[in-house]
Design a protein around this ligand. Structure first.
Ligand SMILES: [Zn+2]
Length: 409
């Protein structure tokens, strides 16, 4: 009981106005990545986070991941010396699209109707600010931790997740024993995330004149069969995967179709090859080999119906398998108690429809991850993105109580 009262005292020192202003500062530094434009990276936000963490007295490491694209990590205690918990956010945001379609300018961070408006408000400068303020609140309280608390602001989550991949190769990454991914999930405790495989399926035939199709083998028909059969592949993958009350079952969604693969497209030329991208989302269960075997079988069977054409496939950026942690994990127990202490109610459990940096941390380091952060689950990447201020503050308080439950000596 004394411990719970003590935690509530620390939580009560969290300054909401400071959190709101920090989130607004981060939103006002645009960090849309435009490949080839050296001015359009996470550098400005990373620099701000580095200066802020340094000013607050954290030990800070800046990890160059790619030109102009550094991870920034700050910590309390000695990472690796006892349990080491990461509060994680990413510094990149997706494009704002056409600013004229926004009710509030996308990088103004306007406050109205109890919300902060702007690109990244939910995904996820709000969550990153909540993690930073939570860590600072704990530092200022002077509590002794039994291990270390790390705050990480990583690059490229919206791309190939090179920031998370890099972190896993560094000594701080290898010291981690658990992570909270502060992505917008309505402050639900998400113990599961769907996995993703981007399958590039290529049909190869023989180039010929469109007026004499008998002289060639048209890969486009074979590719059409691949696309038309997507629901069948989806059913097979669903049969391999475990059901979850918090996640949609596996889906197979064609997103890109291309032919020819080289040379110009011409109306009277049968191309040599055609390809499609299947965005395959999976729940927990099968390993890489089982997934590959099912897609192999599907390609083989489809090719068998189209003489003269072969079909093969490659995963783009490898496999990002679904993640799942058990409720018996110490981190989950710490967060369940934290939600109760902060909100006075039982936690809501949820699931992440896509993958996050946590997917990489779980696969590379084998550590438990819980995704929990402020912002509506469906708002990321939309026009008029916002985060509700009460949810933002609640998230930061949940982080403070979770860290103390997990790490306090
Ligand atoms: Zn995100």
């Amino acid at each position: 009981m004394r411990a719970a009262r003590h935690r509530r005292e620390v939580v009560a020192h969290l300054v909401s106005s400071e959190l709101v202003e920090l989130a607004r500062d981060l939103i006002r530094i645009p960090s849309v990545i435009r490949p080839g434009d050296p001015g359009a990276t996470e550098a400005g936000v990373a620099d701000y986070v580095e200066r802020w963490l340094t000013k607050e007295g954290f030990d800070v490491e800046v990890q160059p991941v790619a030109p102009g694209r550094p991870n920034v990590l700050g910590w309390l205690g000695r990472p690796g010396n006892g349990p080491t918990l990461l509060l994680e956010g990413h510094t990149d945001v997706v494009t704002e699209g056409d600013p004229a379609t926004w009710s509030h300018p996308p990088f103004a961070a306007d406050v109205a109707d109890g919300r902060i408006w702007g690109r990244g408000a939910a995904d996820m400068k709000g969550g990153l600010a909540a993690a930073m303020i939570a860590a600072a609140t704990i530092k200022r309280s002077g509590v002794t931790l039994s291990g270390a608390l790390v705050v990480g602001a990583l690059v490229d989550e919206e791309g190939d997740m090179i920031g998370a991949r890099h972190l896993c190769t560094t000594s701080i990454g290898r010291a981690l024993t658990a992570a909270v991914i502060c992505e917008p999930e309505d402050n639900e405790l998400c113990l599961e995330q769907r996995g993703v495989v981007w399958a590039r399926v290529t049909a190869r035939g023989r180039m010929a004149h469109g007026a004499m199709p008998e002289a060639g083998a048209n890969p486009i028909g074979a590719l059409a069969a691949v696309l038309a059969g997507a629901p069948q592949l989806e059913r097979r993958l669903r049969a391999l995967c475990r059901r979850s009350p918090h996640l949609r079952p596996p889906t197979v969604t064609p997103t890109i179709v291309r032919a020819p693969l080289s040379g110009v497209a011409q109306a009277n030329v049968i191309p040599a090859a055609a390809e499609a991208l299947l965005d395959i989302r999976l729940t927990a269960g099968p390993d890489e080999a089982a997934i590959a075997a099912e897609i192999d079988r599907y390609c083989r069977e489809t090719a068998a119906r189209t003489p003269g054409v072969t079909i093969d496939w490659q995963p783009v950026n490898g496999y990002r398998l679904a993640t799942r942690v058990e409720r018996s994990e110490p981190l989950v127990k710490a967060m369940v108690s934290a939600v109760r202490e902060v909100t006075g109610r039982a936690p809501r459990f949820g699931g992440v429809p896509g993958s996050t940096d946590g997917t990489i941390l779980r696969a590379s380091l084998g550590i438990p991850i819980v995704t929990c952060g402020p912002g509506e689950r469906l708002i990321p990447h939309q026009v008029d993105e916002f985060v509700a201020i009460d949810q933002l503050v609640e998230a930061a308080k949940i982080y403070v109580a979770s860290v103390l439950n997990f790490l306090e000596a």
